[in-house]
Structures are given as C-alpha cells and as structure tokens.
Design a binder for this molecule. Structure first.
Ligand SMILES: N[C@@H](CCC(=O)N[C@@H](CS)C(=O)NCC(=O)O)C(=O)O
Length: 194
C-alpha cells in the first residue's frame, strides 16, 4: 500500500497511525500541500479531489478521504466496534469530526501555525465553533475513557489528530481537562506521544 500524505496534516497522520497500529505495511510518500504536490496531473489522475491523504491499495485501487481510508484499513479489527449501536456511535463521531471539529480546530491551527496569522486575528466564528467542539468533547468524555464502548476506536483516532494540536490554533487545552486526559490515553494507546 502507498500512502500519499503530508506529515503536517492530522488527516494524513490518522491514516499513518491506523496503519501502524494494525501492523500494516506501507510506503509513505510525502506529498506537500503547500508545494501544491497534491495538484499535479499525476496525483489528480488517482485522486481527482487533489487532497491528501490518498492511498493506493496493494492492487492499485485509489481511496481518498481520511475517515474512509481508516475505516477500510480497520475493517474487521478491534478499532471498529463489533456491536451495531457502538459502531453507529463511532460513525456519529467520525461524521461530526469532519463537519463540526476539523473545519474549525484544524483550520485555526493551519492559519496560525502555517500561514503565520496571529490567533487574535482569526475569524471569530472559527474560534467560537472550535471552542464549542472542544467543549462538546469534554462533556462527552466526562466519566468515560474513550468515545465509544470504553475502548479505543476510530472515533478516538480521528478526533485526536487535530485536538492534540489545538493549542497551535490558539485554543487552551487546559480549559478541557477531560479532553487533556483523553489525549494522553489515546497517544499512549497509539504509541504516538512525542
Ligand atoms: N475531508 C478530507 C480533507 C482532506 C484535506 O482537507 N486535505 C488537505 C490537507 S489536511 C489538503 O489536501 N489540502 C489541499 C487542497 O485542498 O488543495 C479528509 O478527511 O481526507
């Protein structure tokens, strides 16, 4: 399998962490978004949306969208709950991550850390929605160790990617103590603590 990913991207790291956790062999092809390497003709031929991550499976078939990729990699593994309701709750968090978390927490980080925008100049809506997302996570994590079924699942893998970097976007993780403790648990489970 080939993973086309940018190491600065949480969406790409989700795929790497899942593959590592599952012991899957892969070749990592560094594909830098800020150098427009996801917009070359060759890349677009396999991944028409022009985004990373993109994966070429062992049989050459392409797959894009971080959460679709990790779901495919983890098919049949313990990162996907066997119970139908718990599996649906995992999907609930995965869809929420893409619509209500990543567009704020990740975008704030990108603008501040990589575009050099002062956190104070971020669009207020991004900051408000990012804080609301972190608050929602904090409430969900009060009294439980992981998001679904008391054990690590893809919901945690997807959500930790940008949450652990939230301070780069001007958010204060100390304001979300359940989230802080959960980040440490997920980093330990995935062996990604730095
Ligand atoms: N929903 C997509 C988002 C992918 C995405 O936004 N990738 C960014 C890097 S994190 C990218 O490739 N940006 C370059 C572009 O859109 O041109 C996913 O989860 O994979």
């Amino acid at each position: 399998m080939r993973i086309y990913g940018d190491s600065i991207s949480g969406n790409c790291l989700k795929v790497k962490w899942t593959a590592d956790y599952l012991g899957r062999a892969y070749e990592w092809i560094e594909t830098q978004v800020m150098q427009s390497e996801s917009r070359t003709q060759a890349y677009l031929a396999s991944f028409p949306a022009g985004q990373v991550p993109g994966v070429l499976l062992d049989d050459g078939r392409p797959l894009a969208q971080s959460n679709a990729i990790i779901l495919h990699l983890a098919e049949g593994a313990d990162l996907i709950p066997a119970d139908a309701y718990e599996r649906a709750k995992m999907f609930e968090w995965l869809f929420w991550e893409q619509y209500s978390h990543e567009p704020y927490v990740a975008v704030a980080r990108f603008q501040v850390r990589f575009l050099g925008k002062p956190a104070a100049d971020l669009e207020p809506r991004i900051v408000e929605r990012g804080k609301a997302a972190l608050q929602r996570m904090d409430e969900a994590l009060a009294g439980q160790t992981f998001f679904v079924g008391g054990r690590l699942s893809l919901a945690d893998v997807a959500l930790v990617a940008y949450t652990r970097e939230a301070e780069d976007g001007g958010f204060r993780l100390a304001d979300y103590r359940h989230v802080q403790a959960w980040i440490a648990r997920v980093e330990a489970a995935l062996d990604i603590a730095s």
